[in-house]
Design a protein around this ligand. Structure first.
Ligand code: SF4
Length: 681
């Protein structure tokens, strides 16, 4: 007789929070589809289907490890935690608390991230950040300014109710494949799909209108569309007058963005700009989807503001089918932001400069004074390490080296740290640089809550035990905090979630039991009987006086342009079979079988010019470094543009470290480069 049970869980990869069951049998563990999950209705993309492969991978870290001159040596948890506590105390004693840095993880639970930043801030360090900095940090200031809250406005499934779907800088068919199911359902109902992307991606293929814009010209395109809308009187006057401020200034600013002028900047024909503008504005309900093609720019915050402006002037918000969808990257990136694992925000999106809000948290925690003001970010911590201002770094669940732009520089800088501890499930390149490595439990080996991109908070139970002596991140944080005298007395993650509810108003009504129900709860959920809030901004915005702010922005070119030495432009992105820096998917047998190596896509004209044929090994150079990749000759992008996925370590050695001045995200999407066939190959 087979001893089987089904443990509900959520996918650990992208931020859609797809649900499935882990099926426990006597001899093997498998996946059972969760047909009644509200986001994915049983479907999983290739990554979701391959999730279990990493749990039993032979590379899993099983014991705490200490680096010695003779290599890695296994040590006890007691020795490891005592050493980390000693190094933290020594750093504070010798250099002050701001010489400590803490990088949390969008792969860890809400409870783990909450306690991680709480520990850091009670110790007195401002330097708390996460990989959210590298994917959607521009969304936070731009949407907070516009709407008063910085998140997806409608559920993914509500896309099926849209009449027009406008995706800009999002290849969702590969990167968030379950979104494509809902978009196709809308198309079946007759919806019109517009995709603005420099590449002819699978997402562009399913569109009715592809706007193949030049890299980094998004603001020009969005302003051009708004120029048409205002010029033809297609704006939603009633919505603008009743629910927004700032329209007149925008209307004035848009005058310079005629379709003809915008066409020169973007490469999109004036007639296509007009068609896109009219369709978006006139449709009964239109949705905008955007992702890192919008945010990972030196003007990423402006890009997001322009998306918000377009939605606001057309009144395409606050209704079913009408919304703004920032599609997040990792499975708990929304939760990590909500928990305050950001250098600019305490939990609940409270600004680090809001002294009154910080007093509230001091009272709730019974601790203080807590640090006030902006801390170092995921990007500036390595720089500070190089300058000697950051001495200690605690990395939880991220391969920061391979996620960083211009990563060779970051590697050199982090070597200057006095001490680095990395807590992870695999020996990543970042862990290899650490002085001490703590073995972490993977998502299915622990319990806690995750918040998906659509604000859906879902609880998962432990399905299988972690390997060896690996422990949950929560356990490690509690043990360490208590060795530091912080008196973190929690019986388990449900008690941490209860405290989160007292600190973060949107989570006040979310208990473990509610988050355990099928599909969890969508925040804001301000009290226990509250049903959750799938659609935001229905009556009013969270911004002052309930009115949204229209923020005019101008087009500015990308930081790097092509030159004689670097005549091409490199852009980066994701592919369907890999995820993030690849620390998990590059250890997944079935995914690696289908996508085994780094490639660079080259237009046939460029391939001819540099005598490259499909399958050649080529060298790509930028002003920072060089990388080798397999050439894929394809018409997916126009002449002059190369594309490389960032799931292999070499790609981010090449990317630009110019940052958006407000959100401090690097311009991963545009770097001047050159290409050449590798000699002797
Ligand atoms: Fe996992 Fe995202 Fe794929 Fe869903 S779409 S199965 S959450 S990777």
């Amino acid at each position: 007789m087979v001893d089987e049970s089904l443990v509900p869980t959520v996918c650990p990869y992208c931020a859609l929070g797809c649900g499935f069951y882990i099926k426990l049998g006597k001899d093997k563990t498998g996946i059972e589809y969760m047909l009644d999950h509200p986001t994915n209705e049983g479907a999983l993309c290739p990554k979701g289907n391959a999730t279990l492969e990493i749990l039993s991978h032979p590379d899993r870290l099983r014991f705490p490890l200490k680096k010695t001159e003779g290599g890695w040596v296994r040590i006890s948890w007691e020795e490891a935690l005592a050493k980390v506590a000693e190094e933290i105390k020594k750093t504070i004693r010798n250099h002050g608390p701001n010489a400590l840095g803490f990088l949390g993880s969008a792969k860890c639970t809400n409870e783990e991230n909450y306690l991680f930043q709480k520990m850091a801030r009670i110790l007195g360090s401002k330097n708390v950040d996460s990989c959210a900095r590298r994917c959607h940090s521009p969304t936070i200031p731009a949407l907070n300014r516009a709407f008063g809250s910085a998140c997806m406005t409608n559920p993914i499934s509500d896309l099926a109710n849209s009449d027009c779907i406008f995706a800009i800088g999002s290849n969702f068919a590969e990167n968030h494949p379950i979104v494509a199911r809902w978009v196709l359902r809308a198309k079946d109902r007759g919806a019109f799909v517009i995709v603005a992307d420099p590449r002819l991606t699978p997402t562009a293929w399913l569109s009715d209108l592809h706007l193949q814009i030049k890299l980094g010209t998004d603001v020009a395109l969005l302003n051009g569309m708004m120029n048409v809308i205002v010029g033809e009187g297609l704006e939603n006057r009633k919505f603008i007058d009743k629910r927004t401020v700032g329209f007149e200034e925008l209307a004035e600013r848009l005058k310079g963005y005629t379709p003809e002028k915008v066409s020169e900047i973007t490469g999109v024909s004036p007639s296509s700009i007009v068609e896109a503008a009219r369709t978006y504005a006139k449709s009964a309900s239109s949705a905008i989807l955007y992702s890192m093609g919008i945010t990972q720019h030196s003007h990423g915050t402006n890009n997001v503001s322009a998306c918000a402006d377009l939605a606001l002037i057309c009144g395409q918000l606050g209704r079913s089918g009408a919304g703004l969808y920032p599609l997040r990257g990792q499975n708990n990136v929304q939760g990590a932001c909500d928990m305050g694992v950001l250098a600019d925000f305490y939990p609940g999106s409270r600004s680090v400069n809001d002294v009154e809000a910080i007093h509230f948290i001091e009272e709730a925690w019974g601790a203080g004074p807590l640090p006030v003001g902006m801390g170092m970010t995921a990007e500036t911590m390595p720089v500070a390490a190089g300058d000697g201002d950051l001495r200690f770094l605690y990395v939880m669940g991220e391969d920061v080296i391979n996620s960083d732009s211009s990563s060779s520089r970051g590697r050199r800088e982090l070597e200057n740290l006095d001490f680095m501890v990395v807590q992870d499930i695999f020996m990543t390149d970042t862990a290899e640089m650490a002085d001490l490595v703590l073995p972490a439990a993977a998502w299915a080996e622990k319990e806690g809550s995750f918040t998906s991109s659509e604000r859906r908070v879902q609880w998962i139970d432990r399905a299988v035990p972690p390997p060896g002596e690996a422990r949950s991140d929560l356990w490690a944080i509690l043990e360490l905090a208590n060795r530091l005298g912080l008196d973190f007395d929690y019986s388990g993650p449900e008690e941490v979630l209860a405290e989160i509810g007292r600190i973060v108003p949107s989570y006040a009504g979310i208990s473990r039991e509610r988050a355990e129900a099928r599909g969890g709860v969508i925040w804001p959920c301000p009290f226990l009987d509250h049903p959750g809030t799938p659609i935001l901004h229905q009556e009013e915005f969270s911004a002052p006086e309930g009115r949204a702010r229209i923020v005019p922005v101008d087009y500015l070119p990308p930081a790097e342009e092509s030159s004689l030495d670097y005549p091409l432009l490199l852009t980066t992105g994701r592919v369907v079979l890999h995820y993030n820096a690849g620390s998990m998917t590059r250890r997944s047998f079935s995914l690696m079988k289908r996508a085994p190596e780094l490639f660079v896509e080259v237009n046939p004209d460029d391939a001819d010019r540099w005598s490259i044929v499909d399958g050649d090994l080529v060298e790509v150079n930028t002003r920072r470094s060089r990388a080798w990749a397999r050439a894929h000759v394809t018409t997916r992008q126009e002449t002059g543009v190369l594309f490389m996925p960032f799931h292999f370590p070499e790609t981010n050695r090449l990317t630009s470290d110019v940052i958006d001045p407000e959100a401090r995200i690097p311009e991963f999407k545009v770097a001047a480069c050159r290409i050449g066939k590798m000699k002797g190959v």
